[in-house]
Ligand binder design. Structure first.
Ligand SMILES: [Zn+2]
Length: 67
């Protein structure tokens, strides 16, 4: 069985569960606040050790270079 990651919409708790493939968000409750409002998240494979920070905008710098 694969491990699924969830984020609780109520308290923001992030947890992972070993569930069946057929398991859905409705079958899952938050272990912290027992809320049913959870959201399944995809676990990242390539980029590990990174906090949940999607707000990352990089400003384009002017490419300086002369022959
Ligand atoms: Zn919760």
């Amino acid at each position: 069985m694969p491990i699924y990651e969830y984020i609780c919409k109520s308290c923001g708790e992030r947890f992972s569960l070993l569930q069946k493939v057929s398991a859905t968000e409705k079958d899952t409750t938050c272990p912290k606040c027992a809320s049913g409002e959870v959201k399944k998240v995809m676990s990242s494979f390539c980029c590990s050790g990174s906090d949940a920070g999607l707000l990352s905008s990089s400003s384009s710098h002017g490419f300086s270079g002369s022959g």
